[in-house]
Design a protein. Structure first.
Length: 137
């Protein structure tokens, strides 16, 4: 009975973490009177003297780094959620085999440790870098 309760708790936690990313974003209709700016883009090559050609700035690099970090954060969430679900299933199906129970418990604790290390690592980076690295804090 205790294993089933633990499995239900792990599944509920996993689903609740996943629902935060599953919310759909609204789609708005685009107005027809907007100018198509894709034709006006200038290709910036070395030696181009066009005044519309602007070099990449530090803000562009910061935005790229923020996008990479957000992508990796989503990857960490998927991996940890999968590990919780897989380990909970292994714990539930272990039966009376103590080695399988211990293995499943170690996988659950490793997934929790990975999540905590990620959270503390992000907090440390946001503390060290002025203004934060994710733009969320």
């Amino acid at each position: 009975m205790r294993k089933i309760t633990l499995f239900i708790a792990v599944v509920a936690t996993t689903l609740s973490m996943g629902l935060a990313f599953a919310a759909p974003s609204p789609a708005y209709a685009q107005a027809d009177d907007k100018k198509d700016t894709t034709k006006d883009k200038v290709i910036c090559e070395p030696g181009n003297t066009n005044p519309d050609c602007k070099p990449a700035t530090q803000a562009d690099l910061l935005k790229l780094i923020q996008n990479i970090i957000k992508f990796l954060a989503a990857g960490v969430g998927v991996v940890v959620t999968t590990m919780f679900a897989y380990s909970g299933f292994r714990y539930l199906t272990a039966g009376n085999n103590p080695s399988q129970v211990a293995d499943a418990k170690s996988h659950i604790s490793n997934a929790l440790l990975a999540l905590l290390l990620y959270i503390f690592g992000m907090a440390l980076l946001n503390f060290i870098v002025p203004g934060g690295i994710t733009g969320l804090f």
